[in-house]
Ligand binder design. Structure first.
Ligand SMILES: *Cc1c(COP(=O)(O)O)cnc(C)c1O
Length: 404
C-alpha cells in the first residue's frame, strides 16, 4: 500500500503554486519530479567530492569513482543484468538508441530488414531511417489497431531470416500501451535477429528483468524515473557490446593510443568516451533506490487505481474521447474534446495550475493514424492523488464550457 500523503512530502515541488493554484502535475510521461533524497545526493556530490573519475590517484577522485561505480552496480541489480559492465551510462534513452543504431551500420547491408513498431517515439524512428539510408537496409513498420495495440499476426508476417533488428518500446509514451515484448523477443530470436527495447516509459512503472526477458539491448532515461535529466543507461548483452564498434572517440574509451592505431578499453569504458555526467549517474542510482523503497508492485497497483478512477470520470464528460484503450496499459490518458483543439484545453488547464502535455507527443505517426493533430495527455505517477484527478475532471469540464 502507498502512503501518498507521506510520499508527497519527499517532493518539494509538489507544494508550489502555479498561476495562483496548487500545482497538479500530470506530465510525468515527459519527465518525473525529483524527491529530496535525489536532490540531496546531487548537492552532496558537488559539496563534498566533486572530481573527475577513473583518472586521479587522489582521494576525491577515488570517492567519486567509487560512488559512480556503485551506482552502476545498483542499476545492474535493478535490471538484473548478469554483469555491471553490461550497463553503459548514456545521456538518456535517445543516446542509447543512437549508439546501437550507429553500431549496427557495420552489420547491415542491402536486403536486410529492420522492424519498428507503429507506436514509436520519434527518437525511435529517426535513427533507424538514418541507419537504413547508410546501409541500404529496409525499414518495415509493425502496424497497430484502433485500441493502440500492435497487431501480432502482422508482426509474424514481417518477420523473416532477413530481419536483423527489431525495435519496440516497452510502453508507448503517447498511449500508455504495454507491448508484448516477451513474444516479440522470442519470435525475433527464432530468426536470429536482435531486439532493442526502449524502456524509457516502462521503467517508472515496471522493474524489467533483462536476463529473464533475454533481451539484447534495453535503454532507459533517469529523468522519467525520479532521477536527473541528461543521464540514462544502455543495457546490452556482453557478446553484443563486444561486437559493436565504439560510438564516440575520446578519453576514457581507449586502452592505448598511438598515431598508427588505438586499442579500445574494456566494457563498459569502450562506450563511455569523455567525462560523463558523474553526479547524474550517482543520482540515478539514488533514484532507483528511492523507487525500490516504495516498491514497484505497490506503486503500479496504486497508479492503476488512479488510471481507472480518471478513465471513469473523464468518460462521463460528453464528447470526450480517449485514445489508447488497450486493457494492457499504464497510467497515461490521451484524450480530446470533440471539436476543440488540444492546445486550447491544455492552455486553460495550465491557468488552473494543472500541467498536462498537448500535441503529438513525439509520436506523429500515431496521431496520423487517428487523423488528429494531437491529444491532451495526462500521465500519472505514484505521488498523484484522486483529489488531483477530481481537479483535472472539473478543469476539463470548465474548459469545455468556455471553448464550445
Ligand atoms: C522520453 C522517451 C524517450 C526519449 O528519452 P530522452 O531522455 O529524451 O532521451 C524515448 N522513448 C520513449 C518511449 C520516451 O518516452
Amino acid at each position: 500500500m502507498i502512503d501518498v500523503e507521506n510520499i508527497r512530502k519527499d517532493f518539494p515541488i509538489l507544494s508550489r503554486k502555479v498561476n495562483g493554484k496548487p500545482l497538479v502535475y500530470f506530465d510525468n510521461a515527459a519527465t518525473s519530479q525529483t524527491p529530496q533524497q535525489v536532490i540531496d545526493c546531487i548537492v552532496d556530490y558537488y559539496s563534498n567530492y566533486n572530481a573527475n573519475i577513473h583518472r586521479g590517484v587522489h582521494s576525491l577522485s577515488q570517492e567519486a569513482t567509487d560512488a559512480y561505480e556503485h551506482a552502476r552496480q545498483t542499476i545492474q541489480r535493478h535490471f538484473n543484468a548478469r554483469y555491471s559492465r553490461e550497463i553503459i551510462f548514456t545521456s538518456g534513452a535517445t543516446h542509447g538508441i543512437n549508439l546501437v543504431a550507429s553500431g549496427f551500420s557495420s552489420f547491415l547491408q542491402k536486403g536486410d530488414d529492420i522492424l519498428v513498431s507503429a507506436l514509436e517515439h520519434h527518437s525511435n524512428i529517426v535513427p533507424w531511417q538514418m541507419l537504413c539510408e547508410r546501409t541500404g537496409a529496409t525499414l518495415k513498420v509493425i502496424p497497430m489497431n484502433e485500441e493502440g495495440e500492435l497487431i501480432l499476426p502482422e508482426f509474424d508476417k514481417l518477420l523473416s531470416p532477413k530481419t536483423k533488428l527489431v525495435f519496440v518500446n516497452h510502453i508507448s509514451n503517447a498511449l500508455g500501451t504495454i507491448n508484448p515484448i516477451e513474444y516479440i523477443i522470442e519470435q525475433t530470436h527464432q530468426v536470429s535477429g536482435a531486439v532493442l527495447i526502449d524502456g524509457a516509459q516502462a521503467c517508472p512503472h515496471i522493474r524489467p528483468d533483462v536476463q529473464h526477458l533475454d533481451v539484447d539491448f534495453y535503454v532507459a532515461s533517469a529523468h522519467k524515473m525520479c532521477g536527473p535529466t541528461g543521464v540514462g543507461i544502455l543495457y546490452g548483452k556482453e557478446d553484443w557490446l563486444n561486437k559493436l564498434p565504439p560510438y564516440q572517440g575520446g578519453g576514457e574509451m581507449i586502452a592505448e593510443v598511438t598515431f598508427e592505431k588505438t586499442t579500445y578499453a574494456e566494457l563498459p569504458h569502450k562506450f563511455e568516451a569523455g567525462t560523463p555526467n558523474i553526479s547524474g549517474g550517482i543520482a540515478f542510482g539514488a533514484a532507483i533506490d528511492y523507487l525500490n523503497t516504495i516498491g514497484f508492485d505497490a506503486l503500479a497497483a496504486y497508479e492503476n487505481e488512479l488510471l481507472d478512477y480518471a478513465t471513469q470520470n473523464l468518460l462521463e464528460i460528453e464528447g470526450l474521447k480517449i485514445y489508447g484503450t488497450s486493457p494492457q496499459k499504464t497510467a497515461v490518458i490521451s484524450f480530446n474534446l470533440e471539436g476543440i483543439h488540444p492546445y486550447d484545453v491544455g492552455t486553460l488547464l495550465d491557468k488552473m495550475g494543472i500541467a498536462v502535455r498537448t500535441g503529438h507527443h513525439c509520436a506523429q505517426p500515431i496521431m496520423d493514424y487517428f487523423k488528429i493533430p494531437g491529444t491532451v495527455r495526462a500521465s500519472f505517477a505514484f505521488y498523484n492523488t484522486k483529489a488531483e484527478i477530481d481537479a483535472l475532471v472539473e478543469g476539463v469540464k470548465k474548459a469545455k464550457m468556455m471553448l464550445s
